[in-house]
Design a protein around this ligand. Structure first.
Ligand SMILES: CC(C)(COP(=O)(O)OP(=O)(O)OC[C@H]1O[C@@H](n2cnc3c(N)ncnc32)[C@H](O)[C@@H]1OP(=O)(O)O)[C@@H](O)C(=O)NCCC(=O)NCCS
Length: 153
């Protein structure tokens, strides 16, 4: 384990993750940065990596940003159409969530969300950890679907 010494984050000693130089990538230029967040030790699973359910909830929040703007009001998540955990998320990662609109339907909006991790020991380098496609529905005060307002342009 000499290549994997412990390191400290918020007072806790954690195993040093393996290097992932080979999978560094650029941040997207065709998507909007909608959320940045740092997972904490309280968000870990039994492996010491970040719990997938925590990542899913953050992606759900991130996906809602462009949809709420387009729907101009309340929305609800109707479907997680696809969700891929490509690489583990680790304590201390700075996660950046990028989103783009794939489709605007009559009452629904489908978006793509891509999540990139900047590892605590590899500042300025990014690893795509998750990608997902989600659909939201514009809803009225009774929680029923409503027509998405016409888009300018
Ligand atoms: C969202 C909700 C209001 C939709 O009501 P509904 O009566 O099922 O609505 P509809 O069948 O008319 O579908 C509404 C839109 O969603 C789309 N949709 C429904 N299921 C879908 C799916 N699995 N994938 C993609 N789109 C879907 C429909 O195609 C339609 O889009 P369109 O009008 O643009 O063509 C209702 O399902 C609901 O309240 N769900 C719970 C939402 C919630 O609590 N989310 C948080 C989960 S913890």
């Amino acid at each position: 384990m000499k290549d994997n010494p412990p390191f400290a984050f918020q007072g806790r000693s954690l195993p040093m993750p393996h290097r992932d130089d080979a999978i560094h990538t650029s941040l997207p230029t065709d998507k909007e940065l909608v959320l940045k967040v740092i997972p904490l030790p309280s968000d870990t699973n039994g492996n010491g990596d970040i719990f997938g359910g925590w990542v899913m909830s953050q992606v759900d929040l991130a996906g809602s940003v462009l949809c709420a703007r387009i729907a101009q009001g309340r929305i609800a998540t109707v479907a997680v159409n696809e969700f891929i955990f490509k690489q583990p998320v680790r304590v201390g990662d700075l996660l950046s969530f990028y989103s783009s609109v794939l489709r605007v339907g009559r009452t629904s909006i489908t978006v793509q969300v891509e999540v990139f991790a900047e590892r605590i020991r590899a500042q300025g380098q990014y690893v795509k950890v998750t990608e997902a496609r989600l659909t939201y529905v514009a809803i009225d005060d009774e929680g029923k679907p409503r027509v998405v307002p016409p888009q300018a342009g």
